[in-house]
Design a protein around this ligand. Structure first.
Ligand code: GUN
Length: 280
C-alpha cells in the first residue's frame, strides 16, 4: 500500500512553527507582494499568499498594478520596497505582462529581500550550497521528503522539467542531499526508461496525466509538482494518480501535496530575511 504524503498537514505544522517563531521576534517580518495585470491564476496565488501572511502574524503589503503599468513604474516600486524598513521580503508575481521584462525586475530586487530566490546572486548561492534562501517549490519538496522520513542520499532521483523555478533548483537541492540526479526534458530520449530508474521521481512538467504507471519503478517515491486544469476545470497534477499510486511507496496528491508547501517555504524565507536584515 502506498503512503500518501499529506502536504496540507505538513504545511499546517510548519506554519504553526513559523507563527511561534514570529511571536518570539522583536520585529514583525514584512512581506510585499506585487501583482501586475489580471491573470486569474496569479490573483488566486496572491490572495493565498496574503492569507498565509496573516495566519503566521506577518506584516504584509499588497500592490495590485494595472496591466499597462510601465517598466519605470514597476522598477520605482521595487526601489521603494528595497528601501522600506518594514519590508523584509519582496515577491513580484510571475508571469508579468508581455511588455515587462521579468529578468530586469528580478535583478532590481535587493538579493537580501529576494524571498523567491530568483535573483542571480541567490541562484548562484544555491548552486554552491550556501543557502540564504531556498527556492520555494523545490524547498517544499525537500521538506515533504524529510518529514516523511525519506533520505535522498545515494538514491537515483529523476527530475522531469528544467525550469529555473523548479526543475534546475530541485536537482541542485537533491544533489546537495547526496542523491544521484538526472534532469529530463522535452528532448530526453526514452523518457520512460530514464524515469523507471528513479527511486525518487519528481515531475514538474505542467501536463495532466504525463506520468503513467509504465514510467514508474515498483516502490518508487513520486512527487507531483504539476498544477494543471483538466477538461472539467478541476485542479490535477502531472501524474496519473490512480494507476501510478498502485506502484509507489509514497506519492503526493494534487491538490494537497506540494502546492500548500510552496507558500509555507516563502513564509520561512521571509523569516530568514527578517532575521538577517535585523540581525536577529
Ligand atoms: N508564479 C508562479 N509561481 C511563482 C513563484 O513561486 N513566485 C513568483 N514570484 N511568481 C510565481
Amino acid at each position: 500500500m502506498t503512503k500518501i504524503i499529506n502536504g496540507k498537514d505538513i504545511s499546517t505544522a510548519i506554519r504553526q512553527e513559523i507563527r511561534a517563531e514570529v511571536e518570539s521576534l522583536p520585529k514583525r517580518p514584512g512581506l510585499a507582494v506585487v501583482l501586475v495585470g489580471n491573470d486569474p491564476a496569479s490573483q488566486v496565488y496572491v490572495r493565498n499568499k496574503e492569507r498565509a501572511c496573516e495566519e503566521v502574524g506577518f506584516y504584509s503589503e499588497k500592490y495590485t498594478l494595472p496591466e499597462d503599468t510601465t517598466r519605470e513604474q514597476l522598477l520605482d516600486l521595487v526601489d521603494q520596497l528595497n528601501e522600506s524598513p518594514a519590508i523584509h521580503g519582496i515577491l513580484v508575481q510571475l508571469p508579468l505582462p508581455k511588455h515587462l521584462d521579468a529578468e530586469e525586475v528580478i535583478l532590481r530586487i535587493d538579493p537580501k529581500k529576494d524571498v523567491d530566490a530568483f535573483h542571480p546572486v541567490n541562484v548562484g548561492k544555491i548552486m554552491i550550497g550556501n543557502f540564504d534562501f531556498l527556492p520555494c517549490t523545490p524547498a517544499g519538496v525537500m521538506e515533504l521528503l524529510s518529514r516523511s522520513g525519506i533520505d535522498p542520499a545515494g538514491k537515483e532521483c529523476v527530475v522531469i522539467g528544467r525550469s529555473n523555478i523548479v526543475g534546475k533548483p530541485q536537482a541542485m537541492l537533491l544533489l546537495h542531499k547526496n542523491a544521484t540526479v538526472t534532469i529530463c526534458h522535452s528532448r530526453t530520449k526514452d523518457l520512460a526508461a530514464v524515469c523507471r530508474r528513479a527511486d525518487i521521481l519528481v515531475s514538474a512538467v505542467g501536463r495532466a496525466n504525463f506520468v503513467t504507471a509504465d514510467m514508474v519503478k515498483e516502490g518508487a517515491v513520486v512527487i507531483d509538482v504539476g498544477m494543471n486544469r483538466d477538461e472539467n476545470g478541476k485542479l490535477v497534477g502531472d501524474v496519473a494518480f490512480a494507476e501510478v499510486s498502485e506502484k509507489t511507496s509514497y506519492i503526493t496528491p494534487v491538490p494537497g501535496g506540494v502546492g500548500p508547501m510552496t507558500i509555507t517555504m516563502l513564509l520561512k524565507n521571509t523569516v530568514t530575511a527578517c532575521r538577517r536584515i535585523e540581525n536577529l
